[in-house]
Design a protein around this ligand. Structure first.
Ligand SMILES: C[S@@+](CC[C@H](N)C(=O)[O-])C[C@H]1O[C@@H](n2cnc3c(N)ncnc32)[C@H](O)[C@@H]1O
Length: 215
């Protein structure tokens, strides 16, 4: 599948369950020992020190940014506020985390496997004046501890969402809101579905008890 088709799929949000990205390896199931916990309290006033590492493996999803009106609608449907801790898994240039911090004072953590994206996101946070509230970590999202999140945002792919689902159920507290641009979670039906400029947004809340059919 060529790159332009991948872009088309991401931007149109078509469901492609068996989507494969050239050069991607199959992600191993994360173990407890692998799970890394990004510090949530973010207190930086200067440009963050460069902690860039070589990319550990190809990403599961190519970089395609969410259009700003869709970002705004995602934050709006999740009703993010200053007491939230938002994790964007696969954070790209950081726009979701930065917008939440700018508009709502939300603390945010962006996780991206690509060091260039992390550097770009840090620059964007700096420019927006929100570096004291946000943090970008170069890390595999499957090896990230999500337990501090109160809101999780996603723009991944259908098969990546499905693979991530057990981890979301295991680590997120009941009541945590999840918003996904373009792709759903299979048989975990969303509480709300919105359409913004032809893009679909899905919204879920982690239940107290995970239904047996989803475990
Ligand atoms: C479609 S982009 C979404 C960017 C951003 N969330 C947005 O909506 O604008 C997906 C991002 O996920 C990152 N990514 C892919 N696989 C990843 C993985 N296993 N762990 C962390 N980041 C990953 C890519 O580098 C890319 O920046």
């Amino acid at each position: 599948m060529n790159f332009s088709k991948i872009l088309l799929l991401l931007t149109t949000g078509f469901s492609v369950v068996s989507f494969g990205i050239t050069g991607c390896t199959t992600q191993q199931q994360s173990s407890e020992a692998d799970t890394q916990k990004p510090a949530v309290t973010v207190q930086q006033t200067e440009a963050p020190a460069t902690t860039e590492q070589p990319q550990e493996r190809p990403g599961d999803v190519p970089y395609v940014p969410t259009p700003q009106p869709v970002v705004d609608a995602m934050l709006n449907v999740a009703k993010v506020g200053k007491n939230d801790v938002l994790y964007d898994l696969g954070s790209g240039d950081g726009r979701i985390v930065v917008t939440a911090a700018q508009k709502y004072g939300t603390q945010g953590v962006g996780i991206d496997i690509n060091p260039e994206r992390v550097a770009e996101a840090n620059q964007n946070a700096q420019k927006a004046g929100v570096s004291d509230r946000v943090k970008f970590v170069q890390q595999d999202l499957f090896n990230t501890d999500l337990s501090q999140a109160t809101v999780v945002t996603l723009y991944l792919l259908p098969d990546v969402n499905i693979k991530l689902r057990p981890k979301l159920f295991k680590e997120l507290k009941p009541g945590t809101r999840i918003v996904s641009h373009a792709f759903d979670m299979g048989d975990w039906k969303p509480q709300q579905t919105l359409n913004v400029d032809g893009k679909t947004i899905y919204y879920w809340v982690v239940p107290e008890k995970i239904p047996a059919n989803l475990q």
